[in-house]
Ligand binder design. Structure first.
Ligand code: ADP
Ligand code: MG
Length: 296
């Protein structure tokens, strides 16, 4: 669908993107995640042809701008006009008119849950409603590739659910979605692929379930009364994690066996002992040392 090759971008002396390569397959939901200032918006503005890359290139399977629906991070709507007028404006830009325009506007307003508010002035809408309307505007021309930049920031829970539904429906229709966020659970729930970006560099990318697998079997999680010192004596390096300990190991099965043996020999009960199943957040933390939970 989309190939990004060797893309770098500077703002003055600041290197915002550093040699980015990505391949985004047709029909997937592709998550782009990274801390604030890591270059996410810059990258998708380049993909959306809003700004130009300094070097490298972006190539589409089909060479037409019409395939693309871009929802910017900063909401851009005419606040003094109604929801319907805003929606229809975007439809007109893409050449819709007459009854086709009216029908499509109604369909989209319904999809984003704003049909009842169609004739209300946007100024009075909540942040979440504005966000939904802005998404609707980008969908008027039925794009094949939809790019959403942090669509749930500053959005109420109800609108957030609507936005997830919109994304899931786009996926069902076979559209390609690029979903930019710094909320890891959203990416984990919505997307099939993810790219982690940090300081303008892609630090890891791939299918989410494969990445979770790749980073999983390297630690063992333990909840037990086994004294810390006993673990250290075994050459293990436990770290506090949630209500237990995380033990990094290259041989997780041997480590599990060893921990069972230690607890048996010392007559100490085990509350929990398992292979560590990381979340995307943990993978990102392993890769960058950055905790996105601090990014709120
Ligand atoms: P993100 O979307 O991940 O928060 P951005 O792509 O917006 O990151 O920004 C990446 C870096 O580039 C940041 O340090 C930001 O301050 C800087 N930046 C973004 N846009 C501009 C611009 N128009 N002029 C100068 N610096 C910019
Ligand atoms: Mg951004």
């Amino acid at each position: 669908m989309l190939q990004i090759e060797n893309v770098s971008k500077k703002y003055g002396d600041l290197l915002a993107l550093d040699n980015v390569f990505l391949n985004i397959p047709q029909g997937v939901c592709f998550g782009l995640i990274g801390p604030n200032g890591s270059g996410k918006s810059t990258l998708i503005k380049i993909i959306s042809q809003i700004i130009q890359t300094d070097v490298g290139k972006v190539s589409y399977v089909r060479d037409s701008k019409d395939i693309l629906g871009y929802v910017p991070q900063d909401i851009s709507l005419e606040e003094k006009l109604t929801a319907k007028t805003n929606i229809e404006f975007f439809g007109k830009i893409y050449g819709l008119k007459g009854s086709r325009l009216k029908e499509r506007a109604e369909e989209i307003l319904k999809n984003v849950g704003l049909l009842e508010r169609a004739n209300d002035i946007v100024e009075n809408f909540s942040g979440g409603m504005k966000r939904r309307l802005n998404i609707g505007c980008a969908l008027m021309h039925n794009p094949n590739l939809v790019i959403l930049d942090e669509p749930t920031v500053g959005v109420d829970p109800q609108s957030r659910r609507y936005i997830f539904d919109i994304v899931n429906n786009l996926k069902k229709e076979g559209k390609t979605v690029i979903y930019v966020s710094h909320y890891m659970e959203e990416i984990e729930n919505l997307c099939d692929y993810v790219a982690f970006i940090d300081k303008g560099k892609i630090v890891e990318e791939g299918k989410i379930n494969e990445l979770l697998m790749k980073y999983s079997e390297t630690s063992v999680y333990l909840e037990s009364q086994v004294p810390y010192k006993l673990l250290l004596d075994q050459g293990l390096e436990p770290k506090t994690y949630q209500s237990g300990l995380l033990i990094k190991t290259e041989q997780p099965l041997d480590t599990l066996e060893n921990l069972i043996k230690i607890s048996k020999e010392n007559h100490i009960g085990l509350e929990q002992l398992s292979l560590f199943k990381p979340k995307l957040e943990d993978v990102f933390f392993q890769l960058t040392g950055t905790d996105l939970r601090d990014q709120e």
